[in-house]
Unconditional design. Structure first.
Length: 388
């Protein structure tokens, strides 16, 4: 077939389709729905970050600190057990201000049982050459030599008949009036050692002998620890000999009728040979004995005392490191064992309720145990006789 002349050599044009309004509306709605769905999904996943509001410096600091912690980390800690130093057994001499932490009244006392070595024998003098008696014999002395004070004031000791002896010394007397009176009311003979700085010593001790007890002076000496208070006019190792003697005399002049002294505390002072020599020289001059409480195993009390010619004995047992009747009874049993082994024992206690209660029963039981309760001077006399 022949082509039309007008179609030869003419280019064909693209065919344009008309827009469908319904279809365009559907596509627009689908796009909007997709955007909305994406926004909701992002919000659910917490992926959309909202801009933080501008805060001041203080607010920002608070915001940083307000971090939530688990409940077990933010709860209050449990209350602590309230604990403090043990109250003084007896009151301080001058009282303790409420704003100050109280200092201990007594230093820690040794728990070991001390077995004193046998005392060294007295030096034997060389025999003198026989002296030809004079034609006229010398007149005998008009008065015998006076006995030392410790013998004059010693309490008469009960008959021992060879039975072991126990002396009970009660220290720290005079501060607690109520317990001091209870100690005086115990059956005797006890040896009661009154603190040199206690009040009204003459009044408190006037009935001691009538009650069947022996009297001593409890002299404060320097402890090793600075956290305990030994009381006024304590003997210090660093003091000059004149000051040590002055303080010792202050105490000795406050109480008469004593057989001797023993140390209150003194774990520092009784180790000092120079200071203890000052004490022993004064005791020798006054004719008094010394009981070494042995608050330190390095005490030189026995050595310096014997060198000065002072009668010295040493503590074997402390009774009441534990303030319970059962514990005191166990320590009394230790004293009994020492007495049976060595023939005599010295136990030191304090005016505490447990000690006084235990002693009241123990003293009554001694008659069935083959033991004898004696004043301290009886053991001193026995010890010195054994040295001869």
């Amino acid at each position: 077939m022949a082509r039309r002349p007008n179609e030869r050599g003419r280019k064909s044009k693209p065919v344009r389709r008309a827009l469908n309004p319904a279809r365009q509306l559907w596509l627009a709605l689908a796009a909007v729905a997709a955007l909305g769905l994406g926004y909701l999904v992002a919000a659910a996943l917490d992926l959309i970050e909202k801009p933080a509001p501008v805060q001041s410096g203080v607010a920002q600091s608070l915001a940083r600190t307000e971090v939530r912690e688990p409940w077990y980390k933010t709860q209050s800690p449990p209350p602590e057990l309230v604990s403090g130093p043990n109250a003084p057994i007896l009151p301080e001499a001058n009282g303790t201000p409420a704003t100050e932490r109280p200092r201990a009244y007594e230093e820690a006392l040794p728990e070991e049982v001390y077995h004193a070595p046998p005392p060294p024998p007295m030096p034997v003098s060389k025999p003198q050459e026989p002296v030809t008696p004079a034609t006229t014999p010398a007149d005998p002395p008009i008065h015998p030599a006076p006995r030392p004070a410790w013998e004059q004031f010693a309490l008469a000791a009960p008959e021992t008949a060879g039975r072991p002896m126990i002396a009970i010394v009660i220290d720290d007397m005079g501060m607690d009036r109520k317990r001091t009176a209870k100690a005086i009311g115990l059956p005797g003979p006890l040896t009661l050692s009154f603190l040199a700085y206690a009040d009204e010593l003459a009044q408190q001790t006037r009935n001691i002998r009538a009650a069947g007890h022996e009297l001593m002076l409890h002299v404060s000496m320097e402890p090793a620890s600075k956290s305990v208070d030994p009381g006024p006019n304590v003997l210090l190792a660093t003091d000059a000999p004149e000051e040590i003697r002055r303080r010792l005399i202050w105490g000795l002049d406050r109480l008469s009728g004593v057989v001797g002294i023993n140390n209150h505390m003194g774990s520092r002072f009784t180790e000092d040979r120079a200071g203890m020599s000052v004490v022993m020289n004064e005791l020798k001059e006054r004719g008094l004995l010394f009981l070494d409480s042995r608050t330190t195993p390095r005490s030189v009390g026995a050595v310096t005392g014997r060198a000065a010619g002072v009668p010295v004995v040493e503590r074997n047992v402390f009774l009441d490191n534990v303030n319970e009747v059962k514990a005191v009874n166990l320590r009394l049993a230790e004293a009994e064992r020492v007495a049976r082994r060595a023939g005599a024992a010295i136990a030191i206690g304090h005016p505490r309720d447990a000690t006084l209660a235990a002693l009241a029963e123990w003293i009554e039981s001694l008659g069935t145990k083959g033991l004898v309760l004696v004043p301290l001077s009886a053991i001193v006399r026995s010890t010195n006789n054994n040295r001869g």
